[in-house]
Design a protein around this ligand. Structure first.
Ligand code: FAD
Length: 475
């Protein structure tokens, strides 16, 4: 009798504990993915595009091993028992997701299956460490990253990753939705050209990317990771977001590479601590299911945000007049990601210079990022806004010009994404408003026409932000 393996944000065959256990029984295995927008936060546009590609890749990998991937839509706790009954399955296997809305779906599913006499087998999900393993004396999760990460490291290596099953015994024939009928990909207009150019979703390409990073980039990661003008990071975030790779696989591959080549050791440790931030954000989400809507620091609840549609649209389109900010937002629109340093700069600009609520920026990222993550996105936005758990102090207002000069010193990143400034000399590219009319003319730039004037003056914006902050501190 067949077993169902329920796939979720774990779209891979290796290190998939539920699939591994199901295949080991020798029973026929039905791989099932359920599109259930009511469980958790429904993915935004860019993530839906990624999901479609990743499901295609997963389906092909499963077929190559003799199995098939069945697609269904609807509430998972209703759909899965229905499929189980139709094929006479004796058990459903899945990896847990340690987030409140997913946990309630899992509970409801388990109860519905039990009523039918079908077993549930639940395996650890995509965390290095379960939230219950890292608690303070009061039983709460830690709110500061450094002690959190120290505790994770003290627990030692996570379990070794599991191999992918070599073969899957095919189960009974059952109908599947056509992926196209879910309309996960945009058609009119088709805005996904830049995503197609930039990415190849799926487990195989995730593993290649990890291998390439450890071979070619890890040695300089510690120094280059803040440089948007260099290819200094792993670009693994969307692959991790959809579970095409597990953090344990990343951990063990990185530690193994460092043991083989000690020269990359410092880069690897820094890289693993970034993976630690992902973990930290997920633990925060576990403890605060409303992370995307509620300030972690309640004194921010009365913050005098200033909704401003025109300024927001300029920010979204990369037309603020600050080159590093505009480059970041255009990179995001084209590729579905943005360099981490630049994410911090554009987020700070929205929240502090424009005084627009961090939740508005978070939603834009949610819709446009291929790595949009229910933990990392709101946790980082709260961190930048100053209302987060382990937050940057609110009074630290990034100066976009200085950030550009420091992290994109030759203007290579700006030239790539803001081509109308490509002929500006390096010393002016982050502050075109300081250029003389002759310098502007020789670069072919007319401020206010070919490229915008700054929509807000840095010094004034900074003062306004500090005044707003002083007010909430007074309560
Ligand atoms: P690398 O530097 O190679 O890091 C390796 C991995 O560590 C990443 O793939 C990612 O999984 C994790 N990681 C790195 N930095 C962070 C971080 N600050 N927080 C959490 N995890 C991290 N990351 C997301 O995965 N999804 C998001 O929705 C997201 N939203 C963000 C919003 C803002 C405002 C900011 C400032 C950061 C956000 N990040 C988010 C974190 C970070 O920018 C990306 O993870 C990183 O840019 C991905 O590039 P990479 O894979 O090359 O990273």
């Amino acid at each position: 009798t067949p077993i169902i393996v329920w796939f979720r944000d774990d779209l891979r065959l290796s290190d998939h504990p539920a699939l591994h256990a199901a295949a080991k029984t020798g029973a026929p295995v039905i791989c099932l993915y359920v599109l259930d927008d009511a469980a958790g936060r429904a993915p935004g546009g860019a993530a839906r595009w990624w999901l479609a590609q990743s499901l295609r890749a997963l389906g092909a990998d499963i077929r190559r091993r003799g199995g098939s991937l069945i697609l269904r839509k609807g509430p998972a706790a209703g759909v899965i028992p229905e499929v189980a009954r139709a094929i006479g399955a004796t058990a459903v296997y899945w990896n847990e997701v340690a987030q409140a809305p997913h946990q309630s779906v899992e509970k409801a599913l388990e109860a519905a299956l039990a009523k039918l006499g079908i077993d549930s087998h639940i395996f650890p999900g995509d965390l290095l460490v379960a939230p219950s393993a890292i608690r303070n004396k009061e039983g709460r999760g830690l709110r500061v990253f450094t002690p959190f990460w120290r505790r994770v490291l003290a627990l030692g290596d996570p379990p070794k990753p599991l191999p992918a099953p070599k073969e899957l015994r095919a189960g009974p024939k059952i109908t599947s939705d056509a992926l196209e009928s879910w309309k996960l990909e945009p058609s009119k207009p088709d805005w996904a050209g830049g995503l197609r150019e930039s990415w190849e979703p799926g487990e195989a390409s995730a593993r290649t990317r990890l291998r390439d990073f450890l071979k070619h980039t890890a040695h300089s990661y510690a120094g280059d990771r803040d440089r948007p003008d260099r290819k200094g990071t792993s670009s693994l975030s969307p692959h991790l977001r959809f579970g095409e790779l597990s953090p344990r696989q990343v951990w063990h591959a990185a530690r193994f590479a460092a043991a083989e080549n000690p020269a990359i050791g410092p880069g690897v440790e820094k890289f693993l601590s970034e993976l630690g931030w992902r973990e930290f954000c997920r633990h925060l989400l576990h403890d605060h299911p409303d992370l995307a809507t509620v300030n972690l620091q309640a004194n921010f609840d009365g913050f005098p945000w200033k909704p401003d549609k025109t300024a927001l649209a300029a920010w979204q389109r990369g037309r603020t007049g600050y080159p590093i900010v505009d480059a970041g937002l255009r990179e995001l629109w084209h590729t579905g990601v943005m360099h981490n340093r630049v994410r911090m700069v554009v987020a700070s600009f929205l929240v502090k210079h424009l005084l627009i609520d961090w939740r508005v920026g978070e939603s834009w990222f949610w819709d446009t990022l291929v790595d949009a993550d229910a933990g990392s996105n709101p946790a980082n936005w709260q961190w930048v806004a100053g209302c987060g758990a382990d937050a940057a102090p609110y009074f630290r207002v990034f100066n976009p010009q200085l950030q550009g000069e420091k992290f994109d010193p030759d203007g290579t990143y700006v030239r790539r994404w803001v081509p109308e400034l490509k002929d500006m000399p390096a010393k002016l590219i982050h502050q075109p408003w300081q250029a003389t009319p002759i310098e502007l003319a020789s670069a072919g730039v007319t401020l206010g026409k070919t490229y915008p004037q700054p929509i807000v003056d840095h010094a004034k914006g900074r003062e306004r932000a500090l005044a707003a902050y002083a007010n909430i501190r007074k309560g």
